[in-house]
Write a protein that binds this ligand. Structure first.
Ligand code: ADP
Ligand code: MG
Length: 253
């Protein structure tokens, strides 16, 4: 049985009078890809940023690898990988220089080309961030989360706005990262993505977790209630048509 790497207990977050997170509790197991799903404004980013030590919570308890957020947030920072705001990507620096800069901030020795290799961007080593395609930007952003060799990475909507090929490419990358033992917490609005990528998901609505399980079990539970799709279920959908016609190869390079 895998061990718990993140534990959130009765977490609340108020912005003034508005309660964005209303007492949520969940655990993430080591090596899992865990999805936080929910409509805009549900409280996903707030929850992630509290665990990432980037936002103050109002109440509740958070433990990351047994470290209490209230006691040692800096120890948590050392073992997690966080996507930096793209505003921190100095426009005059190329990808290699940015990685060297960020590695310096983390006090880590990193081989920028090897890191760019892991996200398939070695041939863009001398490019500026703004010259990258949407999928490449996301891959670079994921590379920056890996600089401090974290145990856990947090990805907030990494595939929003990407074309189907780039989205699948990112799924492969996320699976590779997990294969190396890193736990992944991801938010997404794409349910097909959550279904194929996440081991377990929590569905958040208006600051509360309304369901949590494996995608498979959640679907079975719905079917058991007598739910049936209104439309005839086909063996493929339009996205399958698109991918089968256009192939899986990335177009941005
Ligand atoms: P999600 O990521 O699920 O879309 P967020 O966690 O970003 O949701 O936001 C949850 C709610 O909290 C939203 O109603 C949002 O408007 C509000 N909110 C988020 N950040 C702030 C802030 N800094 N000040 C006030 N309200 C905020
Ligand atoms: Mg968000």
């Amino acid at each position: 049985m895998a061990k718990t790497i993140i534990q959130v207990k009765n977490l609340h977050k108020k912005y003034g009078d508005f309660e964005a997170v209303k007492g949520i509790s969940f655990e993430v197991m080591e090596g899992e890809i865990f999805g936080l799903l929910g409509p805009n404004g549900a409280g996903k980013s707030t929850t992630l940023e509290i665990i990432e030590t980037l936002r103050e919570k109002t109440s509740g308890e958070v433990y990351v690898d047994g470290i209490n957020l209230d006691h040692a947030p800096n120890d948590i920072k050392k073992i997690i990988g966080v996507q930096l705001q793209t505003s921190g990507y100095y426009p005059l620096l190329n990808l290699t220089e940015l990685i060297t800069l960020f590695a310096g901030l983390y006090n880590e020795e990193v081989d920028p080309l090897a890191l760019l290799d892991t996200v398939n961007l070695r041939d863009k080593a001398k490019a500026k961030f703004k010259e990258l395609s949407g999928g490449q930007k996301q891959r670079f952003s994921i590379a920056t989360t890996l600089i401090n060799r974290p145990r856990i990475i947090f990805l907030d909507e990494p595939t929003t706005g990407l074309d189907p090929q780039a989205r699948r490419n990112l799924w492969d990358l996320i699976r590779d990262i997990r294969k190396k033992g890193t736990t992944v917490i991801i938010t997404t609005h794409y349910m097909d993505e959550a279904e194929v990528l996440c081991d377990r998901v929590a569905i958040i609505d208006s600051g509360k977790i309304i369901a949590m399980n494996t995608p498979d079990k959640l679907i079975d539970e719905l079917v058991e209630t007598g739910f049936e799709k209104a439309k005839e279920v086909k063996q493929a959908n339009l996205e399958d048509v698109f991918i089968s016609l256009t192939g899986r190869a990335l177009r941005e390079e």
